[in-house]
Design a protein around this ligand. Structure first.
Ligand SMILES: CC(C)(COP(=O)(O)OP(=O)(O)OC[C@H]1O[C@@H](n2cnc3c(N)ncnc32)[C@H](O)[C@@H]1OP(=O)(O)O)[C@@H](O)C(=O)NCCC(=O)NCCS
Length: 144
């Protein structure tokens, strides 16, 4: 199948929100997505198949690093290499300016942990009770 990765557009936000809702226990709200789009639109990318948004990745710039605030792929399109394509595109776009990418992932999210480790992310530490429901996060990083 043919997937294309491109810069996000404001009109994509409803479809992105729907993917976020099916993917996370504590999803970003519509208002938060609009803020992410307005503030970090240059590091926010979508994967599409035809006119359908099938995944996205959002990077939030910090001091000398960028944090992956969210990455998700529509449930019935997973295990087709879409997140890999999104992450590689993201890295190519930022690597001239940014040297470290970080992210937090729930300790229970084994599939995401396998994905990140496969992408070369390195374990840094555990963040105790990081999530609103009390679950710990694992902090990962990757030097570009
Ligand atoms: C994690 C997620 C983004 C991966 O997206 P994807 O498009 O399915 O990932 P890819 O197809 O690019 O997978 C690349 C590799 O990651 C690993 N991987 C991905 N999903 C996996 C799973 N369910 N089980 C085991 N390994 C998995 C595999 O090594 C895979 O390579 P392979 O298919 O050749 O074995 C997707 O499962 C998702 O949207 N999950 C819900 C949201 C989420 O948890 N996001 C991360 C938050 S920190």
């Amino acid at each position: 199948m043919d997937y294309r990765v491109r810069d996000v557009e404001q009109g994509d936000l409803d479809e992105i929100q729907a993917i976020e809702e099916e993917s996370f226990l504590c999803p970003f709200s519509k208002k938060q997505f609009l803020q992410l789009y307005l503030n970090y639109g240059k590091t926010f990318f979508v994967a599409e198949k035809g006119k359908e948004i099938v995944g996205y990745i959002i990077g939030v710039k910090g001091f000398r690093k960028i944090i992956i605030a969210s990455i998700a792929v529509k449930e019935n399109y997973r295990r087709k290499g879409i997140a890999t394509k999104l992450a590689n595109h993201f890295i190519e776009k930022i690597r001239d300016k940014i040297k470290v990418v970080e992210l937090q992932v729930r300790v229970s999210n084994k599939k995401a942990i396998l994905f990140y480790e496969g992408m070369g992310f390195i374990y840094k530490s555990i963040l105790n009770s990081y999530y609103p429901d009390g679950e710990d996060a694992v902090l990962y990083y990757k030097y570009l």
